[in-house]
Design a binder for this molecule. Structure first.
Ligand SMILES: Cc1cc2nc3c(=O)[nH]c(=O)nc-3n(C[C@H](O)[C@H](O)[C@H](O)COP(=O)(O)O)c2cc1C
Length: 371
């Protein structure tokens, strides 16, 4: 798929044992269209099928490993046999088109509500008051107050991630991605704005990476490290997350992750390349910096178009670029890039929840031409 205008973006690469024929990946996007029991819906099978291309890589929306880790109504789970069967339909549909698919797994931590988490209070490493709105059966409502995890609860939590990774494997996907970004549970352990613990999981850098590394090891014990990816957002503010020294924290985390021989490190870039700018005082820790700390493949994401993507790959700061919103409205995004075709606009109001409209009804380019 070599293209004269995007030679690097449309050239082959590898992720663990998987060969990709281009570097346009689907970024994980929660679209809140799962069934009431958290099983992926037929609509979701169609959505992922449409975005699969020969030799492409898709990363799923985040799936929760237990009821009490759920932060959104309509998000898919990966903790029952029914979930496995439904994810298997997605994996099969994607494989039929010659693509690979990694499942993102996340505990939503303090970004939740008792109505979503089976009556349990949302949990976090520490209590750091935080207000947001979350999507429940009653629409968007204020989140519930969270409580600090007790030390003795952590092993069970890690086991729930390992079980989810096993179920993901049973479903036939190609690997798993730890959602260590955007202020969800693992991220709140890593960053010191939300981790105030004084036990083995808080304080020093070594202690703050402990929870994430235990999750990585749990995933790797099921999959082998070369089919495990980790996503980080060193400059993100989603979930009111913060760190007093992101460069040191994420640099150290990337170095530790580097020891495992992971499939990839997935980095959400500061929005310097898109239309959004950094917030005042925000330290831009990006792929270019983490590249020096992490020896495996890097996936960059966040505000990219084809030209920006080609540029970061040419600079050597990343190996693959994940596209979120543009892939939402252009199911044939890699082909549109290859043919230099115009992109369809996305409908933000259809991002979270709803039916096929604004989700699986975006046509590929050829279909647009013929209607
Ligand atoms: C509707 C929507 C849902 C998202 N859900 C997730 C998610 O489940 N997991 C995650 O890591 N990031 C999630 N993100 C962030 C995207 O993966 C991506 O980092 C972000 O959209 C920036 O990339 P883009 O400019 O290409 O859209 C979501 C973004 C959007 C727009």
């Amino acid at each position: 798929m070599v293209s004269p205008h995007l030679p690097k973006l449309l050239s082959p690469t590898t992720v663990g044992p998987i060969t990709l024929s281009h570097r346009v990946a689907l970024a994980p996007m929660t679209r809140l269209r799962a069934e009431a029991d958290d099983s992926p819906s037929p609509m979701m099978v169609e959505y992922y099928r449409q975005r699969a291309s020969k030799g492409g890589l898709l990363i799923t929306e985040s799936a929760h490993p237990s009821t009490d880790s759920r932060g959104y109504l309509g998000a898919p789970g990966i903790f029952t046999d029914k979930h496995v069967a439904a994810w298997a339909k997605i994996a099969d549909a994607v494989h039929e088109k010659g693509a690979s698919i990694f499942m993102q797994i996340a505990h939503d931590g303090r970004q939740s509500h008792v109505d979503l988490s089976g009556g349990h209070s949302p949990v976090a490493p520490s209590v750091v008051p935080y207000e947001t709105t979350v999507f429940t059966q009653n629409g968007w409502v204020p989140n519930s107050p969270h409580r600090a995890l007790r030390l003795e609860e952590i092993p069970k939590l890690v086991r729930s991630f390992r079980d989810a990774a096993k179920r993901a494997k049973d479903s036939g996907v190609d690997g798993v991605e730890l959602h260590n970004a955007n202020g969800y549970l693992a991220d709140t352990f890593l960053q010191d704005g939300t981790n105030k613990r004084t036990d083995a999981y808080g304080g020093s850098l070594e202690n703050r990476v402990r929870f994430s590394l235990e999750l990585v090891e749990a995933f790797a014990s099921v999959w082998g490290a070369d089919r495990v990816g980790v996503r980080v957002s060193p400059s993100g503010r989603w979930g009111a997350i913060s760190d007093s020294d992101p460069e040191t924290t994420f640099g150290y985390f990337a170095e530790r992750l580097s020891e495992y021989g992971l499939a990839y490190l997935h980095v959400i870039e500061p929005r310097v390349m898109g239309t959004e700018t950094l917030e005042e005082g925000q330290v831009p820790v990006a792929s270019a910096f983490l590249r020096k700390k992490f020896s495996g493949p890097i996936i960059a994401a966040g505000g990219f178009n084809a030209v920006d993507a080609e540029a970061i790959l040419q600079r050597g700061d990343a190996d693959i670029v994940a596209f979120g919103r543009w892939f939402a409205s252009n199911p044939d995004l890699p082909e549109r890039f290859r043919m230099n075709r115009p992109l369809a606009a996305y409908q933000r109001e259809a991002f979270w929840g709803g039916d096929e409209k604004g989700y699986s009804d975006y046509p590929a380019y050829e279909q647009t031409e013929t209607v």
